[in-house]
Unconditional design. Sequence first.
Lengths: 343, 243
Amino acid sequence: MTRLVVSSIGPVSSVQDGGRHGTQRYGLTPSGAMDRLALAAANALLGNGACAAAVEIGPFGAAFTAREGAVGIALAGSPRNADIAGRAVAFDASMTIPDGETLTLGFAKEGAFSYLALEGGIAGEPMFGSLAVNARAGLGSPYPRPLQPGDVLPATAAADAGERRIELPAAVEGPIRAVLGPQDDEFDDSAKALLFDSEWRISATSDRMGYRLEGPALRHLHGHNIVSDGTVDGSIQVPGNGAPIVLMRDRGTTGGYPKIAAVITADFGRFAQLPAGTSFRFKLVSMAEAQAAARDFAKLLASLPDRVRAIENFDLNLEALHDANVAGHAVSAVDAGTWLAHD
Amino acid sequence: MNASSPQPRLLPNGDSAITVEFSRQIDDAANQRVLALDRAVRETPIDGVTETIPTYRSLLVHYDPCAIDFDTLGAGLLALAQTARPQKAESRRWRIPVAYGGENGADLEEVAKALGITPDDVIARHAGGQYRVAMIGFTPGWSYLSGLDRSLHMPRRHSPRVFTPAGTISIGGVQAGIQCLAAPSGWHLLGRTPVRTYQQHREPIFLLEPGDHVSFFAIDAGTFAEQERAAERGEIVAERVNA
């Protein structure tokens, strides 16, 4: 059977999709791809559904080998040096890995996560409608854990559809937008001003559950213990030490620290792509602005299939692909400390 | 609506969820109203609502901002909250076996000492309680219970444990809990249950629902080991009792 074998892979790489929904009332978090736009772009290149499962590759390098047939794939998300059997290949493009040959990916550049989608998707057994890995809950398919060397992803033999690329709009720059709430009234105006006026750094002890931020301490008005209530992707919670933690896709479904604000939907993937050590700022926006941005983001996702073009006279600039230096980013393994948000 | 049930507060929680807050405290009446609104939203679906998460004091309502905006959904939820009535007697009742103390409940002795009673008193008061599942959250199947005997209320541990085992039965503050998966926790460990509130490849995958009634009974270590093997095979070792 045609398959893609994981030849080498770093930590924090796993199969992810649009996440599982409807189970948060039982404490099971949605999980899913950190960067939905990149996931959808990789899938669009292959004609897969926008939320189909793909391999989410963390900051380190990886290699995949096609066995018993050629495998059609697409790459999107954080760019990397990439080659198939020594021939450089581009991101935001689809291609074929010939039988027996290896796709080699370098470290992430200008981001943290890349997506490798397979033509025909990844075969697995969905649980609550999703293949997404949630290692704590023992969920995910074909493996309920991050990928390891030697793992096998069943694949469909590549149809000779030719190579394609996708025209994505220019990357959005600027501060990460956030809306206040639900516990912004646990902070005074100076603490709120500090959140939006300060430069923050993504801590090295960040993971798929939460990104810890380094910067000034945000002081609570009435202490840091609240009665646990529901969290969302992007919740900015402030524990006792005043150092905010932004909750990511593998967050606890409820938490007992005040949540001063939340990253907006349209900026979540962009925020998730900030590597450890990166500095950034937040920008306060109104609910109306956030929801308008969410609708625009949904339109962008829906437009992706129309942005795919066959590569014919497209000159691949191989020199540019090899140009940038490879830079690594430290990312911790699962950090138990993130979990102390339990009420 | 009457004077004792004020309008809940609508709090934005990101751009795709609203927290409907009935109280800031752990409050049984508020939790009843949370569960009533949760049921009402599930029975009267609102276009654009994707998921609801009941907690002690608030209902988190996830929605799609392409389908409905904050103000429209908020007004609809407030209207529903006014008419939603708590569920009557039909809630399910469960009896949960617990192996108390020793290696299964590392904090039993310490809790007894802190409260100035014997470990057997702690067990009797914990097992003698009538609890309701106020919410399930944090990790799969972690069930937060209301109804802990007042004499067992005590502050959480000063320093949380990084690891507590699957099936931990614990108390923290005014709350009692049934923990399914191993996880960090700052609560006091009284015992362990072989019951799995979350188990894949079993029907149902999630045993307890918010609003279910729960009580505990003591089992010895031998029974615990035996029931744990049965649970591993997918048996439900909790006892369902008819109301």
